[in-house]
Design a protein around this ligand. Sequence first.
Ligand code: PLP
Length: 415
Amino acid sequence: MNPLRRPITRQRMGAQDQFVTMSQQSFESRCLHADGHDKPLQSHSQPIFQTSSFVFESPEEGRQLFAGEKKGHIYSRIGNPTVEAFEKLMTSLENGFGAIAFSSGMAAAMGCSFPFLQAGDHAIVGDTLYGPTTTLFTNRLTKYGIEVTLCDTGNLQEVEKSFKPNTKLVYLETPANPTCKITDVAEVSKMAHARNAIVSVDSTFASPYNQQTLDLGADMVMHSLTKYINGHGDVVGGIVVCKSEEHAKICRNYRKDCGSNLGPFDAWLVIRGIRTLAVRMERHNQNALKVAEFLRSHPKISKVMYPGFPECAGHEVAVKQMRKGGYGSTFSFLMKDGFEAGKKLLENVHLATVAVSLGNTDTLIEHPASMTHASVPLEIMKQQGLTPDLIRISVGLEDVDELIADLSQAIEKSS
Ligand SMILES: Cc1ncc(COP(=O)(O)O)c(C=O)c1O
């Protein structure tokens, strides 16, 4: 059963009217409460521990903390209470064992892949990814003696064929950036687990509101916090949520060694962003459907790659593994008159902003071939279906009729 359609049971107890267990609360309530009520000095908002070090009561206490004989804080690269409150919140929203917050989505992509591989291992990597993630795997990982196979993970037979005796990791995005390729997480996870390989999924396009990736079978889910989770375009960050204690430990130690931790103020901003995640996502989903329908019916648009449309590859899998009606608000479309028409469209929008990133409260529009995916070699772009006539839009929370009117006038001027 799709975990997002599971009936929600809530129980209340006692005079203080507290919920019994967080896991029984709805997603909406967890966005507001799952960072915990046990804040210092009875603070209602989560305090910001803007400090690098924590004071030891005695040299003996310092020794005990370093030896792991006593629990407590030492140094913010190792652990910080504000960041930990945020990690607790993300663990709950993704139904995991533990979460590790990183300084960017790219650092999180490394956190759920690099520490699980060593020289001589093989990794299967989705052929459609955010541009720098493709480069990270094809240019960097391969320098350390790790073999990488780019694979169309939307095609299960291709995935099956890509396994080797030394495959240790499958890494993919679903929906994938920028074409919204959909991968069946449950089926890929079954294949990988049968071969003792682990599965890490970048679920940034979906957000935990639209897709519960760990419940589908993945071992680790990561997000660029920069997008829907923070939502306000003022933080760069990343998160990895692990289903097992073992993976969480490995990932946390890796972050400690690399120093790619999220700062306390950014963690606080993301906690604040998450307070409205559910309501934002609901409106993102609704607005995106209307904009996608408008574009689909427009004579100057040749194709709309929106997973909610039955004609899109992967639609049936999207229906199975995503929230009902929750296909996110970032998708791509093709201009009938090619690249020049797309360029003119971008030159003429007024309400939508020409900028990279996605999942902001306002609408962003960009040209992946020359912007977010410019680092991807041409032959991989072809494999991804990333053509020069492709425009990516992240539909925001504006009045949708005004947004459609803006796109309509810009498309009229495109050729
Ligand atoms: C799907 C996806 N994953 C990862 C990233 C990298 O995130 P960040 O820019 O926060 O490092 C991005 C950035 O656009 C993205 O779109």
